[in-house]
Design a protein around this ligand. Structure first.
Ligand SMILES: [Zn+2]
Length: 347
């Protein structure tokens, strides 16, 4: 098979012929059709965050077709359409036993990020228990981005405890934010979105935001209060994680409001204990999602209730060009790579 190989950090990937992986007894060999790319890949490429042993194959938003199954696999067959849950979890620790496997304390590999080669390749071997079958016809790029952007958004909205009729502020309308806006709207919230260019605030409105604010033009907490009869937002989802966005988030909350930290950077934001206590504010962390969150967002995507967030596709052979566009920041929505087989499968 061919794959885009990471041989050295900060160097271009190399599209080369390599041995196809072989499925272990509990694994499935998946023929990749589409694989999303995002900021995690840029960090990997730069040697930050996860630092896999090289050479490595990135790609953690994998959608494809089952090519072969290992000898102990009974619940998948060649030809099944599948997407991948990225985490290899232990199944035995307290988080795993309490339906929070994305915070497993014995986390094993992460597909396309750590210890397990990912989907920048024509084939990838994946443990069967991490696969989700897709029964309905969905465009490959749209179902691929469910694996990270969609699942993360679904879990974040679930963690937020969103109620119908609430005013929800979504800070950062990239891939995850585009999904959060749509999910919050679908769940019956009034959605106020924040991003830093007119192009991105226009995009947020296209995704269903009721209001879209640009912090380079307005003061966010002031605008949020104006738009909520002086109360503030019931809930803020910060998908950026800069000092400025956390400040905007905290200061935009109503008394009793909830700040959900979805995105993060090394930044921090100091907040007085008294302010949190006296206003009964809640700060909630959320990480990626459970396998069930992936199943749920995939169902929603297949139902036709979600708008596509994929704005560009690239042949997988041109992964470096796609990553350069992503790095430039001049995009709205998501970029997805298509293998030669994935391109043949396009409608
Ligand atoms: Zn565990």
């Amino acid at each position: 098979m061919k794959a885009a190989i990471l041989r050295a950090f900060n160097q271009p990937l190399q599209w080369q012929e390599v041995d196809s992986p072989v499925a272990d007894p509990d694994e499935v060999l998946v023929q990749v059709m589409a694989c999303g790319i995002d900021g995690t890949d840029l960090k990997l490429l730069a040697g930050f965050g996860y630092t896999p042993d090289l050479p490595f194959i990135m790609g953690h938003e994998v959608a494809g077709v089952v090519a072969e199954v290992g000898e102990r696999v009974t619940n998948f067959n060649p030809g099944d359409r599948v997407i991948a849950y990225n985490f290899t979890t232990c199944g035995e620790c307290l988080p795993c036993l309490t339906y929070r496997e994305q915070i497993c304390v014995n986390m094993g590999g992460v597909l396309g990020a750590k210890d397990r080669h990912g989907g920048y390749a024509e084939y990838v071997a994946i443990p069967a228990r991490q696969l989700v079958r897709i029964s309905e016809p969905v465009a490959w790029p749209d179902i691929a981005v469910c694996c990270d952007a969609g699942m993360t958004a679904f879990h974040a909205v679930d963690r937020s405890g969103l109620q119908m009729g609430e005013n929800v502020l979504v800070i950062g309308v990239g891939g995850v934010g585009s999904m959060v806006v749509q999910l919050a709207k679908t769940a019956g919230a009034r959605v106020l979105a924040v991003d830093i260019s007119d192009e991105k605030t226009d995009w947020a409105r296209r995704m269903g935001a009721d209001e879209a604010l640009n912090p380079r033009q307005v003061d966010i907490p002031t605008s949020v209060r104006e738009l909520t009869a002086g109360l503030g937002a019931d809930c803020v989802l910060d998908i950026v994680g800069h000092t400025e966005t956390m400040a905007s988030g905290i200061n935009s909350l109503r008394h009793g409001g909830r700040l959900v930290i979805v995105g993060y950077t090394p930044d921090r934001y100091p907040v007085e204990g008294k302010y949190l206590a006296q206003n009964e504010l809640e700060i909630i962390g959320t990480r990626a999602g459970r396998k069930q969150d992936l199943i749920n967002i995939a169902r929603l995507m297949a139902s036709g209730k979600m708008k596509s967030i994929v704005t560009q596709t690239f042949p997988m052979e041109e992964a470096n060009e796609a990553l350069a566009v992503l790095r430039s920041g001049n995009i709205v929505g998501r970029i997805v790579l298509l293998t030669p087989a994935g391109r043949r499968a396009l409608p």
